[in-house]
Design a protein around this ligand. Structure first.
Ligand SMILES: [Mg+2]
Length: 173
C-alpha cells in the first residue's frame, strides 16, 4: 500500500496590509482595522484544508516603537476575534529583528525577516506542513521574494476584498 502525505499545505499570510490595514506599525488593538472579507477568507482557507499561518516582519520591535508583549497581545486578540467569527488562525510567526535596531538584542540580520524564507521554512518544518500546495499572500515585493525563496507561489494582494482574492487563488489551484 502506498503511503499518502497526510500533512496539510500552508496558507502563509502577511499580516499588515493583508489581514489588517497597514496603518504604519499597527500594534494597538483599538486602532486595528480588519481588511474587508478577512473572516470569510479565513473560513474559506480553513474549509479547504489549509493551515493558516501568519508571517509578519515586526521591525517596530527593533525600532523600539512597541515591545514583543504588545505583539503577543495583538495576536491573541486577533485569534479570539477570528474564533468568534467561526474562523481559525493556526499560527503566528513574527520577526522582531532589524540590522539597524537601536537595541543590541534585536540588531541582527535574520533569515526569518522577509524577504528571507525563514518563517515559512520554520512552519513547513515544524508544524509540519506540506510544501506542495502551499502558498503565500502578501502586499509587498519582499513578501513574494520570501515565498519564492521558500519555493512556493506568492500572490500580491492589491488591498480590496480578501475573500474574493482567496477564492480566485483556490480556483486556480
Ligand atoms: Mg504587509
Amino acid at each position: 500500500m502506498e503511503m499518502t502525505d497526510q500533512r496539510r499545505p500552508g496558507a502563509f499570510l502577511d499580516r499588515d496590509g493583508v489581514l489588517i490595514e497597514d496603518t504604519g506599525y499597527p500594534h494597538r488593538i483599538e486602532e486595528v482595522r480588519w481588511i474587508p472579507g478577512v473572516m470569510a477568507a479565513l473560513r474559506r482557507l480553513n474549509a479547504a484544508g489549509f493551515a493558516v499561518c501568519i508571517v509578519t516582519n515586526q521591525a517596530g520591535v527593533a525600532r523600539g516603537y512597541y515591545d514583543e508583549a504588545a505583539v503577543g497581545r495583538l495576536h491573541h486578540w486577533m485569534a479570539n476575534e477570528a474564533r468568534a467569527a467561526g474562523a481559525r488562525l493556526d499560527g503566528f510567526a513574527y520577526c522582531p529583528f532589524h540590522a539597524a535596531a537601536e537595541a543590541p538584542r534585536y540588531r541582527r540580520e535574520s533569515p526569518r525577516r522577509k524577504p528571507g524564507p525563514g518563517m515559512i521554512e520554520d512552519w513547513l518544518a515544524h508544524f509540519p506542513l506540506r510544501r506542495d500546495g502551499s502558498f503565500l499572500i502578501g502586499d509587498r515585493a519582499t513578501d513574494l521574494e520570501a515565498a519564492a525563496a521558500a519555493g512556493i507561489p506568492g500572490h500580491l494582494f492589491p488591498g480590496d476584498d480578501l475573500d474574493a482574492f482567496v477564492a480566485a487563488i483556490l480556483k486556480g489551484n
